[in-house]
Design a protein around this ligand. Structure first.
Ligand code: UDP
Ligand code: MG
Length: 343
């Protein structure tokens, strides 16, 4: 319980930091972000005076809606405002005498003709309009998948995600964003309020509350795009999403992913690599006990994410047991099959 509560607090603070940084880096994205916040049930709200994100829980949003439209006063149709109980319509007024000579029909014909013409024009124009960025949840992701390419890179701890990502960066100019590295950087950032929280989760091999990780990734993507003036727009997101909620939220509010690059490796091999790495990595989770917990989290929590994308035909699976060179050759070949030679 305590971890969840402090996680929520961390999220609120982080989202405030997020909005401040966004204002200073990219105005138009920030505007989109603000618009999306108002629509999203993710319950982030931006104050128009200070530009800061104030977070509200989904239940408080619901309460507000109910206050605006109290039950029993909602109008389901215009008829309900006519009063209750009286189901007998009043008798129609008698037709005027000499009605043929008094009523002129041509104005009606003109109005109907104009209305139909306008409607046809609207229909034709709509056909030519580009599709909107809105997703099924009604939110607009911060980045459009037509402008930004996101590949999720998944695999058990020690599967070799980082090693393969470094090679892809070198050859195809991706930006590599490792969720674990971003969390460790935030943990070590002087003044960070989430240091202890992140430290505890990582040591126990658990998944840090998604709001923290999603915000760190979104900031890093925005910073990369801004700093490169839009030239870098292909991202390898390594070690994320590790849990279904992260996957859904990221695709809903940040950017839909093109595919998942999944490195498949037996546990015994991963354990051997991690213990070897632990001799020099200095990582608090590269020890036998943390490794065991990480394997468990991977099987129980992260594999369902891979299964989810597999059902959607969005997984490129690579056997990661061989040497780094061989695994990289397979990676290139399989990615090229899907994305074309330039990736
Ligand atoms: N982590 C997390 N959420 C993420 C990614 C990582 O909470 O989306 C935490 C988790 O505790 C994980 C640790 O960071 O065990 C290390 O992640 P990293 O990707 O560095 O490990 P790797 O799998 O590459 O060995
Ligand atoms: Mg890694």
């Amino acid at each position: 319980m305590a971890a969840t509560a402090s996680g929520r607090h961390a999220w609120r603070q982080l989202m405030r930091d997020t909005s401040r940084r966004s204002v200073s880096t990219n105005g138009s994205n920030f505007l989109r972000y603000q618009q999306q916040l108002y629509r999203s049930p993710f319950s982030r709200q931006v104050s128009s005076s200070s530009g800061r994100v104030a977070l509200r829980s989904p239940s408080s949003l619901l309460r507000q809606q109910q206050q605006q439209q109290p039950l029993g006063q909602r109008l389901y149709s215009s008829e309900s405002s006519q009063g209750s109980g009286n189901t007998t319509p009043p008798p129609p007024p008698p037709p005027p005498k000499n009605s043929r000579s008094q009523v002129k029909f041509w104005p009606f014909v003109v109005v109907i003709a104009l209305g139909s013409g306008g409607y046809m024009l609207l229909v034709n124009n709509r056909k030519e309009m580009p599709p909107t960025d809105k997703n099924a949840q009604g939110a607009t992701p911060a980045f459009s998948p037509s402008e930004v390419t996101v590949l999720f890179v998944l695999g058990g701890p020690g599967a070799g995600k980082g090693t393969q990502c470094a090679r892809l960066v070198n050859d195809y100019h991706f930006k590599h964003l490792s969720a674990g590295d971003l969390l460790r950087a935030e943990q070590n950032r002087p003044g960070s309020q989430y240091g202890q929280l992140i430290k505890d989760y990582i040591k126990d091999g658990l998944i840090v509350p998604m709001e923290v990780t999603v915000a760190l990734l979104e900031n890093a993507m925005r910073d990369t795009i801004t700093e490169s003036k839009g030239a870098t727009n292909k991202f390898l997101i390594d070690g994320f999403p590790r849990k279904m909620d992260q996957a859904l939220k990221f695709e809903e509010i940040v950017c839909p992913a093109k595919l998942v690059l999944f490195y498949d490796c037996p546990e015994a091999e991963m354990e051997r690599r991690l213990l070897e790495r632990g001799k020099t990595s200095g990582r608090a989770d590269d020890n036998a006990e943390s490794i065991r917990k990480r394997f468990r989290t991977f099987v129980e929590t992260s594999m369902p994410v891979v299964d989810h994308y597999e059902k959607e035909n969005r997984v490129v699976k690579v056997d990661a047991t061989a040497t780094p060179d061989k695994v990289y050759a397979t990676t290139q070949e399989k990615l090229k099959n899907v994305l074309g030679d330039k990736l």
